[in-house]
Write a protein that binds this ligand. Structure first.
Ligand code: FE2
Ligand code: FE2
Length: 459
């Protein structure tokens, strides 16, 4: 029998403490977006995986670790997005979505390449990409999976999760028969959490796209090849229990899921932990592009310094820094084909690129504890003269915190290395910013940044 909320509901003291499961669960929607999955994929996969873990008899820390491993299995997904887009010539989010729906046989992969690579691209570029894939596909796929797995495990550690969670995430793409990547592990050498996560992923990908019968067919098809056959049998049994599929489709599945976190291992989040969570997601954001390493954290640090010079108190600066770190979280929903396009963007591409700001507001708005800073973070491309985006706000309505983030963002972008130009000197960047004072950039913020630089606080 699958477990429902009533059996595991653990909120007994009525306190208003922040629960790790709710915060990370809310962040998991950003991972779905990056991976091209329908909203709630991570949450549904986690619910399926947790049901399997409980049916196996896991309890306490072991159950908690599977719970977080499945919920956050895609933590590393942004890190291979640019490479997927480059190697397969296309929209990484669509490519990743379609890739998960292909069958397990080599000919399925071949057919996928034929239909998905270079769609809409110049035929010459498409042929080049197919030729490269034909020659180097093993190496390319190993590299793509290795990046995702090691980065995902690393971010799990930054989120203070256990080594078991990190290892389970690192083993997500290993297959029971040894045919997976990047290590080619087989059988019980694959971390149990990784085996459960892959099963739950396949089940929800097919359930969401084609319904429960398709999900069951795929699990049966892959039992013993991709998936641990014992776990598949267990899943099949669970799925026959009345209410299983109905519960998976419930609107309040997230609330049901928070309640499945094992009571004795219940993790609460204090303010320092919340800072670490923001920093960890800053890494997820920066990994989306090969050229933005450290950008989110640096914008957070610069904004904090400007805030201090403007006389903001410690608590307000803490919120400001979190908003600054997460200002580009909406980029996770933008294709790397656009983010990394070397030439000029056409008007439609530009519109998609600009959508990242509104997406930031949207994503943070859905994370209870972050919702108060959603507008602040999502307004970092607004301008005082009203010519910015996404809303075209002007000096009457742009919050001071947003103005601070705007200055910090532009300054960091100018002083960081880019493939098409070397990092600008601080003086040059400040000259450029000065020209924008009054139109795009707030004068007070600019002067505060000047003081921060003069005092050597960014070195
Ligand atoms: Fe931005
Ligand atoms: Fe930025």
């Amino acid at each position: 029998m699958y477990q429902s909320r009533q059996a595991f509901f653990n909120q007994t003291d009525g306190s208003e403490q922040l629960r790790l499961s709710e915060i990370l669960g809310a962040f998991s929607y950003a991972l779905d977006l990056t991976e091209g999955q329908p909203a709630g994929h991570s949450i549904r996969a986690c619910w399926i995986g947790t049901q399997i873990a409980m049916a196996l008899g896991l309890k306490g820390a072991a159950l908690r670790d599977v719970y977080y491993a499945v919920l956050l299995k895609d933590l590393g997904c942004s890190s291979n997005a640019a490479r997927v887009s480059e190697m397969f010539v296309g929209d990484d989010r669509k490519l990743k979505h379609d890739f998960k729906l292909i069958g397990p046989r080599p000919e399925d992969f071949g057919a996928f390449l034929g239909s998905a690579v270079g769609v809409g691209a110049d035929p010459e570029i498409r042929d080049q990409a197919l030729g490269n894939l034909a020659e180097n596909v093993g190496e390319i796929m190993t590299d793509i999976m290795a990046t995702r797995c090691s980065r995902g495990a690393d971010i799990a550690r930054r989120l203070r999760l256990s080594e078991d969670v990190a290892q389970a995430i690192a083993h997500l793409d290993e297959h029971w028969d040894g045919g997976g990547l990047p290590l080619g592990l087989s059988g019980a050498d694959i971390h149990l959490g990784g085996r459960i996560a892959l099963l739950a992923q396949v089940a929800d990908v097919f359930y969401s796209a084609r319904g429960k019968d398709a999900a069951l067919d795929e699990i049966r098809n892959r039992a013993g090849s991709w998936l641990d056959p014992q776990l598949c049998a267990l899943f099949e049994k669970l799925s026959e229990t009345s209410g299983f599929w109905e519960e998976l489709a419930l609107d309040d599945l997230p609330e049901q899921l928070w309640a499945l976190e094992p009571a004795e291992e219940y993790i609460n989040v204090d303010e320092d932990y919340l800072d670490d969570i923001c920093f960890a997601f800053g890494y997820v954001i920066d990994a989306k592009s090969p050229d933005t390493a450290g950008h989110s954290a640096r914008v957070g640090m610069i904004a904090d310094q400007i805030g201090e010079k403007l006389g903001m108190g410690a608590e307000s600066r803490r919120v400001l820094r979190r908003a600054a770190i997460l200002h580009d979280v909406g980029k996770l929903g933008v294709s790397s084909a656009i983010l990394e396009k070397p030439g000029k963007l056409d008007s439609q591409e530009w519109e998609t690129m600009r959508a990242h700001a509104a997406l930031t507001t949207n994503i943070l708005g859905q994370i209870g504890v972050m919702s108060g800073m959603a507008m602040i973070a999502g307004s970092h491309h607004e301008r005082l003269d009203g010519k910015g985006y996404p809303l075209g706000l002007d000096e009457r309505s742009i919050a001071m915190e947003s103005r601070i983030i705007t200055v910090a963002d532009i300054y960091d972008a100018l002083t960081a290395d880019r493939p098409y130009r070397a990092a600008m000197s601080s003086e040059k960047a400040m000259d450029i910013l000065q020209e924008e004072v009054g139109s795009a950039v707030d004068e007070q913020c600019f002067k505060a940044l000047q003081t921060v630089i003069e005092q050597g606080l960014l070195e």
